[in-house]
Design a protein around this ligand. Structure first.
Ligand code: NAI
Ligand code: OAA
Length: 277
């Protein structure tokens, strides 16, 4: 047998994408262009016919199907849909012992049975770094003792509009001319009040000291064009501060780096050299 024949080709992992918005469309393109070891096999969208037309370049090897059919067609699913759909996207995959990447991670707090389901069936839920930074350092610090994690988020008005907290509290931000602090509380409270705007705070809390101890301020700032997150961590191993300025994608609520973080996480799954968490 020649050396070449002795090398087993790396098995391709079949990927499904649920939700074809700002993140999902970027991931489709990346997978179509090629991520070694992965093959896009199925996608799901609210309007399947429109999606089929819009993404015709994906060709006949990619199935456009309702969410319920994704699990039969893929080994992993990437959830990048509205948060309310989290259980129906993730549930079937983890129940089959498969992996689900979750972007709407704020919704994990209200659906913790998904983690139990994954544990019971040998499935995995992976929350990529998304639009935030330093989850590896926070997670490392959490292996020791973390005293506090504080985050201050500043967003342009378009990145916050329509959040349930603003509606409930009758806070109008359309015409502000100065930065306005609109929320002070915990990551868990933010997940309820800002379910589509503060996944980053929940990811940070899950990496560190949990959603009830992670403190958060949210500011609406009309002078900003980017979503800015500043994090301060005090631990017995290190004290650190990190800031990220996210350039919005086609969806003003979503930073461009979010889809890239998924591509990076996929590559890490197969890399012979893995850097960071
Ligand atoms: N973890 C993180 O750091 C971040 C998480 N996110 C979250 O990721 C998720 C996706 O974000 P984007 O792509 O920006 O949102 P988006 O709104 O651009 O895309 C969501 C897509 O899901 C589609 N959809 C609606 N109903 C559907 C159904 N029944 N079946 C399949 N698809 C359906 C919508 O038509 C839309 O195209 C959101 O929940 C968002 O809050 C966003 C940014 C950062
Ligand atoms: O957390 C989120 O859902 C989005 C976010 O703040 C960002 O993209 O900067």
């Amino acid at each position: 047998m020649t050396a070449a024949l002795a090398v087993r080709p790396q098995e391709e992992t079949r990927v499904a994408i649920a939700g074809l918005g700002a993140i999902g469309v970027g991931l489709c393109k990346a997978l179509h262009d090629g991520i070694a070891g992965f093959r896009l096999t199925a996608v799901s969208a609210r309007d399947l016919d429109a999606a089929r037309e819009r993404l015709a370049y994906l060709g006949p090897s990619v199935a456009f199907v309702p969410i319920a059919e994704l699990e039969g067609l893929a080994d992993i699913v990437i959830e990048c849909a509205p948060a309310a759909l989290l259980p129906e996207i993730v549930g079937p995959f983890v129940k089959a012992g498969k992996t689900a990447f979750v972007l709407s991670c704020a919704a994990l707090l209200g659906n913790s049975e998904l983690v139990d389901l994954a544990e019971a069936h040998g499935g995995r839920i992976i929350v990529p770094s998304g639009a935030i930074l330093g989850l590896d350092a926070v997670n490392a610090a959490a292996q020791g003792k973390i005293e506090s994690v504080r985050m201050v988020t500043r967003k342009p008005v378009t990145g916050l509009k329509g959040a349930p907290f603003l509606v409930e509290q009758n806070i109008t931000i359309d015409e502000i001319t100065e930065p306005l602090r609109i929320f002070k509380g915990t990551a868990r409270q933010a997940a309820v009040g800002f379910p589509a705007n503060l996944n980053v705070a929940v990811a940070l809390s899950l990496a560190g000291i949990g959603p009830d101890r992670t403190e958060l301020e949210i500011w609406a700032d009309p002078s900003l064009k980017r979503n800015v997150h500043n994090i301060q961590v005090k631990a017995d191993s290190a004290e650190f501060e990190m800031t990220i300025e996210n350039i919005p994608s086609d969806n003003p609520k979503t930073g461009r780096i979010t889809a890239l973080s998924v591509i990076s996480a996929l590559k890490k799954m197969k890399a012979p050299l893995r850097i960071g968490g």
